[in-house]
Design a protein around this ligand. Structure first.
Ligand code: HEM
Length: 597
């Protein structure tokens, strides 16, 4: 009422408001129609040039095909599954082709930008390693609310090169190994949480969501790793608030702009929350960063070496940029750049590592023979008393590098359950070339402006032409050294952290973190998924205790709630979920724990 009165005081009647809304809606619709025409035309042009594409319609693009392929998949199954299905069904989808097309052009407008994906490995190599295309607009837009794109992941060209060089030493294997004694504190805390959730007297404990705890662990590790012991301690009182601000921002990120999330994206409440979260990061990190800046500028000893801690390398980098006149000398510029860089490390490293830990644990519980071998290796390398694992690693951190079978298990789990990839921007005049022997030798596949070039690692890791016994979990393939052996992993084939100059800077940290977790956990407890208990817990949560006994009885029949098996992908209720986010384990992986005798 008050608004209408104010509008009428200002001489604006209801008709004016309706007109303004009408004009706005018409321009949005006009934009979508115009853009829709442009996108569909890109595909029609490919057809005209003789480039093999899937059956394409002016009205629906590839939406009909996509709908059919995904009709038996749960609605929250991650988009990573789609290209696997296309790769598996290429013969039906490309009836005009006698060999698999190297490149997939995918039109899901208005639900996605026009995508280009490799269906053959050499194509992925061409745009990440031979010529590293710059990151897609979409990837930068995702990060903007957290980093204002003042971060290593969003930077390009000379600026990126300088920053990557500054940060690389802090992420080297040597630096990470030297930090193991300190980081183990966080892993021990995590172990304590799991132990408290385990059942007593040899029983299984209550069901809980493992991925929520691995996410917290991954965040805590990044904070500790980034700031080092001394500075990290100063953050203790604000760390929870900072972690919450990051998580809340991540929750509100819009991964792909499309018609389905237009309103969500432009919701003023979302924008306000994002702005508030960013202020929390500036306020929380600010005092500590400024104090450290002061210490580094006034210290009589020479400036910290880049390898001391990442926060020092970061501050030193900003100081160098200031001296070179590349950034403003104002405090706010310093702070925004520093917070942007920290934000990207937290963002890139937390839920990726968290879900990787879950998948390794899940696969091990499904393959007891492999689990036994891992435990035997831990006995051999870390000593026969599992309770000593942390102290052994503290005194000899380099032993993590001796866990070769564990390493192979992790790599195979990462092949089977690949996480994020990279999205690049098509470049004017850029082409991908049909690889020799592919049946498309030398053929040029346009990858110019307007294409979002997605690496498709999830599907390439499940390509039977590259990986014999592709659906099986065989860690030993990563121990094969003879390149002639068909089980030897193909060159450039394992791309979990991507390859090329823009590969993952945090990959050694992630691998060491997961190994520390496995070393402390696997010999002391059994962890397995507990879907039936989870179903009951959710049922009680949603509908109260009524019917609990009835539902609990069904659990004993091992059938899940109301006799339904629950959504599954590839025969497993653990699948990659997240329609508009990085992949998470479905329901954050409900598990229960039993302590080993
Ligand atoms: C299992 C865990 C992880 C996975 C699967 C993963 C995966 C990836 C991938 C695929 C990329 C390439 C992205 C692109 O080109 O757009 C990447 C880049 C990056 N990752 Fe990771 N990552 C993990 C852990 C970490 C950790 C622990 C950190 C840091 C603490 C980190 C920091 C970064 C950064 C900063 C980049 C951008 C590097 C650049 O552009 O130069 N990641 N990661």
């Amino acid at each position: 009422m008050a608004i209408l009165t104010a509008l009428s005081d200002a001489g604006l009647g209801a008709r004016h408001v309706a007109l303004a809304i009408g004009v706005l809606l018409t321009s949005v619709v006009a934009h979508y129609i115009h853009r829709g025409y442009q996108v569909r035309k890109m595909f029609k042009d490919l057809e005209k040039q003789g480039i093999p594409i899937m059956k394409h319609s002016w009205l629906l693009g590839h939406l009909e095909i996509v709908g059919k392929l995904l009709e038996n998949y749960p609605s929250d199954a991650h988009g990573n599954y789609l290209p696997v299905l296309i790769l598996e069904n290429w013969r039906e989808l490309f009836p005009q082709c006698t060999s698999r097309p190297p490149v997939l052009y995918l039109d899901m407008w208005p639900f996605a930008q026009p995508f280009l994906l490799p269906l053959l490995l050499p194509i992925a190599v061409q745009f990440t390693q031979d010529h590293s295309l710059i990151k897609a607009h979409e990837q930068k837009q995702i990060l903007y609310p957290l980093t204002k794109n003042k971060d290593i992941s969003s930077m390009e060209g000379a600026e990126w090169k300088v920053w990557r060089k500054r940060m690389n030493p802090g992420f080297s294997i040597q630096t990470i190994t030297s930090r193991i004694p300190d980081l183990l504190d966080e892993v021990e805390k995590f172990y304590g949480v799991l132990e408290a959730k385990a059942g007593r007297n040899g029983e299984w404990g209550e069901v809980f969501q493992l991925e929520k705890h691995t996410t917290k662990l991954a965040m805590d590790i990044i904070f500790r790793f980034f700031f080092g012991k001394h500075v990290h301690a100063q953050l203790a009182s604000v760390q929870a608030g900072l972690e919450h601000a990051v998580m809340d921002t991540v929750k509100r990120m819009v991964f792909f702009h499309h018609i389905g999330n237009f309103l969500q994206e432009h919701n003023p409440w979302r924008k306000l929350r994002l702005w508030r979260n960013y202020q929390t990061l500036l306020d929380g990190f600010g005092p500590v960063l400024k104090q450290r800046l002061g210490e580094l500028t006034t210290d009589e000893k020479p400036r910290a070496k880049a390898t001391d801690t990442l926060v020092d390398a970061l501050i030193q980098g900003v100081m160098e940029d200031r001296e070179a006149g590349l950034v403003n000398t104002s405090d706010s510029d310093f702070l925004e750049l520093a917070v942007g860089q920290i934000g990207t490390f937290i963002f890139a490293g937390h839920d990726t590592t968290a879900s990787a830990i879950c998948w390794v644990v899940h696969l091990l519980s499904k393959h007891p023979d492999v689990l036994e071998k891992v435990r035997a290796e831990h006995d051999a390398v870390l000593g026969s008393n599992p309770d000593d694992a942390a102290s052994v690693l503290r005194s000899k951190p380099e032993l993590v590098n001796a866990l070769t079978y564990t390493n192979a298990v992790m790599k195979e789990a990462m092949r089977v359950h690949t996480n994020v990839g990279t999205m690049r921007r098509g470049e004017p005049g850029f082409y991908l070339t049909g690889p020799a022997g592919s049946g498309y030798d030398g053929m040029k596949f346009p990858a110019g402006e307007g294409w979002v070039v997605w690496d498709n690692t999830f599907a390439l890791h499940r390509d039977p032409e590259l990986w014999p016994k592709v659906h099986e979990f065989i860690p030993e393939r990563f121990l094969v050294t003879d390149e002639e052996d068909p089980m030897h992993p193909p060159k450039n084939g394992w791309r979990f952290f991507e390859l090329g100059p823009r590969n993952c800077i945090g990959q050694h940290l992630a691998m060491v973190e997961i190994k520390m977790v496995l070393a402390l956990v696997l010999r002391r407890m059994d962890i397995e998924v507990a879907w039936e208990e989870w179903d009951v817990k959710r049922y009680v949560f949603l509908f109260g205790n009524k019917g609990y006994v009835r539902e609990a009885n069904k659990v004993n029949e091992n059938r899940g709630l109301r006799g339904k098996k629950g959504p599954q992908v590839w025969g497993d209720r653990c699948y990659h979920a997240g329609a508009d986010s990085p992949p998470h384990v479905k329901d954050n992986m409900p598990v229960h724990i039993q302590l080993r005798q």
